[in-house]
Design a protein around this ligand. Structure first.
Ligand SMILES: [Zn+2]
Length: 117
């Protein structure tokens, strides 16, 4: 058996490492498993914001429930995809306003033509 701190040889019955004095009874906490869905959602947030947002939300809930790692990725995925969706919505609104302005201009032109007759 090896000491988890210094790698020196220790025995199962030892409470402390003879070399470095590390407490052998205290096990280092296991590394939390990363939720792959969080990374997928994060990447998709840039390409398909709607899919990214849904996957990030699912992953975020899963991470909270199962105490997994990758919460930062899920959160970043939610924020980025939401921002992307917001920008998309605003730009399509601006496009729509532009279209209506064009439409109104045509009506005004038509009205002025007919009023001259
Ligand atoms: Zn040691």
């Amino acid at each position: 058996m090896k000491c988890s701190v210094c790698g020196g040889k220790v025995y199962e019955t030892d409470n402390f490492c003879e070399k470095c004095g590390a407490d052998l009874k205290v096990q280092p906490p296991l590394a939390k498993k990363n939720d792959d869905l969080a990374i997928v959602g994060f990447v998709l947030a840039f390409i398909f914001p709607l899919v990214g947002l849904i996957l990030s939300c699912i992953s975020f809930n899963k991470i909270k429930k199962e105490d997994l790692a990758g919460k930062e990725f899920a959160l970043a995925g939610i924020i980025i995809s939401a921002a992307q969706l917001g920008i998309g919505l605003i730009s399509s609104l601006i496009g729509l306003i532009g279209f209506f302005e064009y439409f109104i201009e045509i009506i005004i032109t038509l009205v002025s033509i007919f009023s001259q007759v």
